[in-house]
Ligand binder design. Sequence first.
Ligand SMILES: Cc1cc2nc3c(=O)[nH]c(=O)nc-3n(C[C@H](O)[C@H](O)[C@H](O)COP(=O)(O)OP(=O)(O)OC[C@H]3O[C@@H](n4cnc5c(N)ncnc54)[C@H](O)[C@@H]3O)c2cc1C
Length: 416
Amino acid sequence: MEIAIIGGGIGGLTTALMLHRAGMACRIYESVDELRELGVGINLLPHAVRELIELGLLEELREIAVETAELCYFNKLGQLIWREPRGLDAGYLWPQFSAHRGQLQGLLLRAVQSRLGAECLHTGHHLQDYENTGDGRVRLHFINRRTGARMASADADCVIAADGIHSRARAIHYPDEGMPIWNGAILWRGVTESDQFLGGRSMFMAGHQDQKFVCYPISANHYRRGRSYTNWIAELRYEPKTLASREDWNRPGELADFLPQFESWKFDWLDIPRMIRSAAAIYEFPMVDRDPVASWVFGKLALVGDAAHPMYPIGSNGASQGILDAACITRMLQEHSDPQEAFAAYDAERRPKTAAIVLANRGNGPEQVMQLAEQRAPAGFTDIEQVIPAAELREIADRYKQIAGFDKDTLNQSGR
Ligand SMILES: Cc1cc2nc3c(=O)[nH]c(=O)nc-3n(C[C@H](O)[C@H](O)[C@H](O)COP(=O)(O)OP(=O)(O)OC[C@H]3O[C@@H](n4cnc5c(N)ncnc54)[C@H](O)[C@@H]3O)c2cc1C
């Protein structure tokens, strides 16, 4: 069986590595002419890290990524609301990693090239359309998106589309869906080399749902040198309106659009305006997702990753869920000789779980504790227990872990 993968992002590359390990032949068709190490911070939760470890990538991950030790929530005055250990520090059998998205993609790409051979990746191939052939296979039609040139078509036995939030494969089957849905928040994302903060391997969020700052170190190299290569996200929410133009992960952002609102956020443990001002690069991105759909499977084509379940970047789930999709669809293709049956089983297992995360993230996921603190104590507090009792905080944190599939006890005890 030969499988075509559309898209060479985190989801597509991971799928290729997993199919290869399972002994299945595949080719990747990627829209851009050259895969460059783009993006800023991204997180991998323990259940996704487990899958990458099974691919033999732990040492490579440790070379680039920071093992996240804790997650902390603060109010807009820098007062601690909730702190919980993460990854190995929390007793998981697998670490949680924070990494540079481009470096993670580069790591996966090198593994694909060395294991499957460089010729399995066809760049400059933007999926335009596909059709079922008379002999039960699928024919894929491509253009080069930069030049507009039509590329040679390719046949495969089935197709796994990992072509991201603007998936062409999804648009073919949901032609009326249109642009992603914006919730009115803009995220300015940047990276800054800084001193280490909190424990050096801490991820934190401060503020509330209308104004928030997220921060975490993403470079193992800097960490080893006692420094922090810090990914940060400054978020402001506006009245919902229609996005003027399609979002783009690489769109540059302007300091003047958001720095003034964070100017007073100088905590005794971190100077946030200084962190923002010292950034090497700033990008602007709207908080967008899409409604869950009724099916990800259309005969011999299945969607994975952001093509299947684009979600707000809340709770560290974007890449993690794509990796879990890759693992599930590979397992189903091993268990079912008919790819259509395998895809149906994959859809049944993964679609409801990820739809629940998309919806939980619309309610701020685990970050709702910051909104509760803002509503109940807008001027700050001396004792968080008087504002949100520890049992309520724990309940919110535990509930989200269950929805997102990384409840520690269940995960540690699960075979597969
Ligand atoms: C350039 C870029 C930068 C990003 N930066 C961040 C970041 O800083 N932080 C973060 O949390 N998330 C970031 N993301 C999103 C993040 O990678 C995903 O949410 C997550 O990893 C799921 O990955 P995915 O493979 O499903 O989608 P993506 O990582 O978006 O990959 C999709 C791939 O498909 C390709 N593609 C698209 N359309 C077609 C087509 N028609 N035919 C062939 N190929 C196609 C794209 O070029 C891309 O390589 C970024 C995505 C991109 C593309």
